[in-house]
Design a binder for this molecule. Structure first.
Ligand code: PGA
Length: 250
């Protein structure tokens, strides 16, 4: 079965209610006009903005996701958000294991897997992020680091999306070359097959993330094993985000 591309906007910790509502309206408006888009479209606002964004997106077909969730369903976890709470607000996806979480909050792959499992239990599709640092790439360890993260972060069953985001490419304006991206995505797909069987590997979406912009998106999204993008900075401008959506091969 063909993998339908997914373009996901990771809005990170940006915007206030009015600007986030305006951004959501601008992202949704081409969909409301019935524009045929070549990919599923997802936006991931900060959790406190999700109800407001859900209201704006209602009926547009733009999907909604969280940026992180806790591994537990409820309890004494001050400041955290449970996957079931995101599902309850209308989310279909949640990002887990973003490198900013792995770095800022020292999240391990075992914790990321527990979060992904909580997401699945809540009916969400986890977007599991993996990626090497610049030092690891320079030391020739990129493949080992990324396949290790895939293996250790992957839940035992259930649908997931993988996002390959080289840490050194996030928010820096540097992107991996199409050859490097193609090679890493093929490596990840093989690893998914090794862990969960070939059919799972073949069916799983693998997104690329890290300074995806309208100008580099066509080259990246045309690659065989690149099934979409996780977009940070460029997802905060609806025109740029739409240019990336439109760059998906039809
Ligand atoms: P960027 O962020 O597009 O701003 O590099 C991507 C991400 O962190 O998901």
């Amino acid at each position: 079965m063909a993998r339908r591309p997914l373009i996901a906007g990771n809005w990170k910790m940006n915007g206030l209610l009015s600007s986030v509502r305006a951004l959501a309206r601008a992202v949704a408006s081409p969909m409301r006009e019935g524009v045929q888009r070549p990919a599923d479209v997802l936006v991931c606002p900060v959790s406190v903005h999700i109800p407001a964004v859900a209201e704006v997106l209602e009926g547009s077909g733009v999907k909604l996701g969280g940026q992180d969730c806790h591994a537990a369903q409820s309890g004494a976890h001050t400041g955290d958000v449970a996957a079931v709470m995101l599902a309850d607000l209308g989310c279909s996806h949640v990002i887990v294991g973003h490198s900013e979480r792995r770095t800022d909050h020292r999240e391990t792959s075992a914790q990321v897997r527990a979060k992904a499992e909580a997401a699945l239990a809540a009916g969400l599709v986890p977007i599991v992020c993996v990626g090497e640092t610049e030092a690891q790439r320079d030391a020739g360890q990129a493949d080992a680091v990324v396949t290790g993260q895939v293996r250790d972060s992957l839940p035992a069953a259930g649908e997931v999306v993988i996002a390959y985001e080289p840490v050194w490419a996030i928010g820096t304006g540097k992107t991996a070359t199409p050859d490097d991206v193609a090679a890493m995505h093929a490596t990840i797909r093989t690893e998914l097959g090794n862990v969960r069987g070939e059919a799972f590997g073949a069916a799983t979406l693998i997104l690329y993330g890290g300074s995806v912009k309208p100008d580099n998106a066509p080259g990246l999204l045309a690659l065989e094993d690149v099934d979409g993008a996780l977009v940070g900075g460029a997802s905060l401008k609806a025109d740029d985000f739409w240019a990336i959506i439109e760059a998906c091969p039809r």
